[in-house]
Design a protein around this ligand. Structure first.
Ligand code: GLP
Length: 243
């Protein structure tokens, strides 16, 4: 779906999410939403906060799992995805904070494997992800699944590509401060979501074209989304120019 502006695209995704939240509320059920970070979903989170404040959308029955977190990083660091999510969304809605799950960037290295396995099990125990929000990196990464990630990959520790560290250096004082590792949901974790929205705005046209129209390949992790049966790309006109 191509929109004139990121604001309109975000409003569309927010509306779809709100409908699903209300539907599950009517059925007395909870709903599991997979969340992304980066600049792309900021306008979506703004709109969800607006729906909460102005239209009374409640998040009491919402359970969230974030895609990824830097490693190592302190939760309270400005750049952590933990801080980002609270700043952009969680501090402004009525979500029960015990329903928020984000990979833990503070754990000692020897505990990470267990933590990743537990994260997968937790997702399964909540019934799996109903709606997954994604952005996309310029190298085709989703979450922090860098090129070369297997379609069978699960939540794990990954080494960030240099290009990713350069792109994300804007949030840090300089590139040397960008963590070299991250914990990310795997591609198989993401692909198990029942519904996926990938959003992209602005200068993402080349990677969007490769992802949507190119080969399905590990070189472009997002291209595996072609094999998902309910995935919508929500993009603006600039990101659509090479389609
Ligand atoms: C980050 C995140 C991804 C995000 C991507 C794009 O590194 N780990 O989940 O989709 O890079 O970022 P942006 O939305 O700022 O372009």
């Amino acid at each position: 779906k191509i929109f004139s502006t990121p604001k309109e695209g975000s409003a569309y995704v927010a509306y779809e999410i709100a409908e699903k939240i209300r539907e599950s509320q009517q059925n007395g059920k909870s709903i599991v939403i997979g969340l992304a970070t980066g600049s792309t979903p900021i306008s979506l989170y703004k709109e969800l906060v607006r729906l909460h404040r102005e239209e009374g959308l409640s998040f009491k029955n919402v359970i969230t799992f974030n895609l990824d977190e830097y490693y190592p990083i302190e939760k309270e660091a400005f750049q952590s995805y933990f801080s980002f999510m609270h700043r952009q969304l969680f501090d402004h809605i009525d979500i029960d904070h015990s329903n928020i799950f984000i990979p833990d960037g503070e754990l000692p290295k020897e505990e990470i494997k267990k933590h990743c396995q537990a994260y997968e099990q937790l997702i399964d125990s909540k019934g799996g992800i109903d709606v997954q929000i994604l952005g996309i990196g310029n190298n085709g990464h989703i979450g922090f699944n860098e090129p070369g990630s297997s379609i069978f990959s699960r939540t794990r520790l990954i080494t960030l590509d240099n290009s990713t560290r350069i792109a994300n250096a804007r949030d840090f004082q300089n590139i040397s401060q960008v963590p070299r590792l991250a914990i990310t949901m795997g591609l198989s974790t993401i692909l198990k979501a029942k519904k996926i929205f990938l959003m992209a705005w602005g200068m993402k046209a080349p990677i969007i074209a490769q992802t949507v129209e190119g080969d399905v390949t590990e070189h472009v992790p997002a291209s595996f989304l072609q094999q998902h049966n309910d995935c919508t790309f929500v993009i603006d006109e600039t990101a659509a120019t090479e389609l």
